[in-house]
Design a protein around this ligand. Structure first.
Ligand code: ZN
Length: 154
């Protein structure tokens, strides 16, 4: 394993062990639940959308190390971003995990740690689950109660 791959793996393990933004978002007004039946990953994303700005985003749920670390890194990446920027970042992230050319991927920041996932097709769903769920949450109606939109990866 190269030094870079080792570094990437240690970031993933760190986020798996100490997930950032775990729990429920303050004053959440968008919620979605995501399931990846292939692996048994389950994630609930809650966020507060203020106009077009994601002011808070958190996740809860359970799953494999990849899905959990991806949810953790996703929340840190999109918090404080506009909805448009977050959706654009998802497109870039999706290209990365599918092994497409992202031209160095500087704009992806720490998310590049998932570049190795493209070699494991089954893991692509684990890595992208939180992002699909984020997209569903952003597309959902504003909610007053916790009746989340659901998304299942196929
Ligand atoms: Zn998984």
């Amino acid at each position: 394993m190269s030094d870079l791959q080792e570094l990437y793996q240690s970031v993933i393990l760190d986020h798996n062990r100490k997930p950032r933004n775990f729990g429920a978002a303050d004053d959440a007004n968008r919620v979605a639940e995501g399931k990846n039946p292939l692996c048994g990953d389950q994630v609930l994303i809650s966020l507060h959308l203020d106009g077009d700005l994601i002011t808070d985003v958190k996740f809860s749920g359970h799953g494999c190390a990849i899905s959990k670390a991806s949810a953790s890194l996703m929340t840190t990446a999109v918090k404080g971003k506009t909805r448009t920027d977050a959706e654009a970042l998802f497109e870039r992230f999706h290209a990365l995990v599918l092994g497409r050319d992202v031209g160095g991927g500087k704009d992806l920041g720490q998310l590049v740690v998932f570049s190795g996932v493209s070699r494991f097709p089954v893991r692509v769903k684990c890595a992208s689950l939180a992002w699909h769920t984020l997209k569903a949450a952003l597309a959902s109606e504003a909610i007053a109660t916790t009746s989340p939109a659901t998304v299942t990866t196929e």
